[in-house]
Design a protein around this ligand. Structure first.
Ligand code: BG6
Length: 495
């Protein structure tokens, strides 16, 4: 598919996000000819001449590191690089430097203009104001902003208000890159195109749901951002709550941005608030100490941070409840952590037991059905069912797994969330972006939890790098007779 001619301007063009995610995505777009090389350019803002001078080498190095093996080619690089330009700019100050950016853009005033703010939210406002002062906001302009929007509900409202002074809501694209993952979009396709799930997707049939994103990485040169944010602001407020919305939302009446967003918003509004002592009984925070991850010894959080103390959480587990008819009394367990045992993102839907046990107990223990949707690292879906062991004459019941591995079905397909989302911005399709109401509502739920942690002034529970988090996280589930289904353990059980 070919897209309209566009200028993509990345503020923070030499930063980590641009180098690791955005430029590889743009390189893919150019190499696949989705953008005509003659009609689209990428403009990167830099903080100094030195940064700008070395930028192309840095981009090339990072493309080689971040693209899949065999994906980089010198010919494609030459063509891509000829469309990449840099300008030196102090984003927060409106001075004569802005005119060189204007110089590029004014050559093609009718092109789609995408301003991507890969910069700290504290300067979003100043950046928008300067774009406006320089008259760079055209009818065809879109503004893309990264999560987390703000630090809490109050700062999110103020950032959203500030952006709204210069841009209409339909020009604003708030990114949560999880929504760009094909497997995440598949959640809606699975839920709303299969009678099986349509009929069973509620408190009558579902016992509980687990949504878990575990990472093996630690701070990755983001110490100053991360220590001020923690896992709650970095992952729960956005990625985990968005996944929760997709699992729990009612069917939208149409497959368009506003219907989907309305249904997601209702889920966020129905989340039972956790306040004061409910926070300590329904949440667990952790911080990693040294340990082995994938056979390598890794330092603890404080050593990585280079500080003697910090109460920032690198792990969170939460028992959430959605107070509506569909989900009454069904616990939704959310979990995320850094330096964990495996990199994985998965959703486990645990169904209830059958209403009546017909087979005698010596036929074996019954396991309730379970749907496991893995979003990464491999993309698959498993349905655990009870069956007879066909090798035996006597009746022996055993769990068996229907296994659908999406990676097998589409070996050639390389999913890249940022590529998908950037193309949607250029095409003007906001379905996979977040409305300001969702951002603010998500903060409304997170704020009291963060506040209660702060007031209690308790240290997060320590957990060993390479583990599945602190013991308290297992205890949180055990209180209701549940347990986490960890990727590695499920694999063992299935094989
Ligand atoms: C980002 C967080 O939004 O998502 C990072 O800021 C995290 O801390 C990353 O590592 C995880 O994304 P993915 O796609 O690798 O699961």
């Amino acid at each position: 598919m070919n897209y309209d001619a566009s200028d993509i301007i990345i503020f923070g063009g030499a930063g980590d996000l641009a180098l690791r995610k955005l430029l590889p995505a743009l390189y893919r777009i150019y190499s696949e000819d989705s953008f005509s090389a003659d009609h689209s350019s990428v403009i990167l803002t830099c903080r100094s001449d030195e940064e700008a001078d070395g930028l192309k080498d840095e981009i090339k190095k990072n493309l080689k590191l971040n693209l899949a093996s065999g994906e980089f080619s010198d010919t494609a690089w030459e063509s891509f690089a000829s469309n990449v330009h840099s300008v030196v700019l102090n984003i927060a100050e409106h001075d004569e430097q802005w005119s060189s950016l204007a110089g590029y853009l004014d050559e093609h005033p009718d092109r789609v203009r995408v301003f991507y703010l890969a910069i700290p939210p504290a300067i979003y406002g100043a950046c928008c104001e300067n774009l406006s002062k320089q008259n760079l906001i055209t009818e065809n302009t879109r503004l893309v902003v990264e999560k987390p929007i703000g630090y809490d509900s109050e700062s999110a409202v103020s950032i959203n208000n500030k952006m709204a002074e210069y841009f209409r809501e339909d020009q604003l694209y708030r990114i949560d890159h999880y929504l760009g993952k094909e497997t995440v979009q598949n959640l809606l396709a699975l839920r709303f195109n299969n009678l099986l799930f349509e009929q069973l997707w509620d408190a009558k049939s579902i016992d509980h749901v687990q949504i878990s994103i575990s990472e093996t990485v630690g701070l990755e040169k983001r110490a100053s951002f991360y220590d001020g944010a923690g896992a709650m602001r970095d992952m729960v407020q956005n990625h985990l709550l968005q996944l929760l919305c997709l699992i729990a939302m009612e069917p939208p009446h149409k497959l368009n941005a506003s219907s989907i967003r309305q249904e997601k918003l209702k889920v966020l509004q129905s989340l039972r608030p956790l306040v004061d002592e409910e926070v300590s009984s329904n949440t667990v925070r952790g911080q990693y100490v040294a340990g082995e991850v994938g056979g390598e010894l890794k330092s603890g959080y404080l050593e990585e941070l280079g500080k003697p103390s910090s109460t920032t959480e690198t792990f969170v587990a939460i028992r959430a409840q959605i107070d509506n008819w569909r989900w009454s009394k069904v616990p939704f367990y959310l979990r995320t952590g850094k330096r964990m045992n495996e990199r994985s993102a998965e959703i486990v839907v645990q169904f209830k037991d059958v209403s009546h046990r017909l087979y005698p107990s010596d036929a074996g223990a019954l396991q309730a059905n379970k749907l496991v949707i893995r979003l990464q690292p491999d993309e698959s879906m498993q349905l655990v069912l009870m069956s007879k062991n066909l090798q035996k004459l006597e009746t022996e019941l055993q769990p068996v797994t229907l296994n659908l591995n999406f990676a097998d079905a589409s070996k050639e397909f390389r999913s890249d969330a940022y590529k998908r989302l950037l193309l949607d911005v250029v095409a003007g399709n906001p379905s996979l972006f977040i409305h300001r109401d969702e951002v603010e509502e998500a903060w409304n739920w997170c704020d009291p939890i963060i506040a209660a942690w702060k007031t209690s002034n308790r240290q997060p529970h320590l957990y060993r790098s390479g583990s599945w988090g602190p013991d308290g996280s297992d205890e949180l589930l055990a209180e209701r007779g549940h347990q986490w289904f960890n990727l590695a353990e499920i694999d063992k059980a299935i094989s």
